[in-house]
Write a protein that binds this ligand. Structure first.
Ligand code: 5GP
Length: 116
C-alpha cells in the first residue's frame, strides 16, 4: 500500500493503541512513551509525511488537528493550567515517524520550549 505508515496501521486499528478520538479526518491516541501526564498524538487519517508536505488542500485536516487538540486538552483537564502543542518536522525537527502528527503535552509545567 502506497504511503503506509505505523500511524496508518493505528488509524485502521491494525496495531493496538489507546485511541481517544477518531473522526472523518483525524485520529488521536496516547503516545507509547509519554513525556508528560497527558501526551496525545493527533494524526491525519490519510498520510501527509511531514508538515512541509502539507498543501492548500490539507487546510481542513490541519485545522481539525488543532481543534481536536484543544478539545482533548479540555477533556483531559489540562486546559486551564495550560499545555503545549508541538509538531516536529523532518531531520532537524527531530521527526521520527513520517506521518504528520501533533503532540499534545500537559499535566505538568513543561519548561522552556527548547534548550539554549
Ligand atoms: P516524533 O519524534 O516523530 O515527533 O514523534 C513520534 C512519537 O510517536 C514519539 O513520541 C513516540 O513515542 C511515538 N510512537 C512511536 N511508535 C509508537 C507506537 O507504536 N504507538 C504509539 N502510541 N506511539 C508511538
Amino acid at each position: 500500500m502506497a504511503q503506509d505508515t505505523l500511524f496508518s496501521k493505528i488509524v485502521r486499528g491494525e496495531i493496538p493503541a489507546d485511541i481517544v478520538h477518531q473522526d472523518d479526518l483525524v485520529t488521536a491516541f496516547r503516545d507509547i512513551r509519554p513525556l508528560a501526564p497527558t501526551h496525545i498524538l493527533v494524526v491525519p487519517n490519510q498520510v501527509i509525511p511531514t508538515l512541509a508536505d502539507a498543501s492548500a488542500s490539507d487546510e481542513a485536516v490541519l485545522g481539525r488537528m488543532l481543534r481536536v487538540a484543544a478539545d482533548l486538552a479540555a477533556a483531559e483537564g489540562v486546559a486551564e493550567d495550560g499545555y503545549r502543542v508541538m509538531i516536529n518536522c523532518r531531520d532537524h525537527g527531530g521527526q521520527e515517524v513520517y506521518h504528520l502528527h501533533l503532540h499534545l503535552l500537559g499535566g505538568r509545567p513543561l519548561g522552556p520550549m527548547t534548550r539554549r
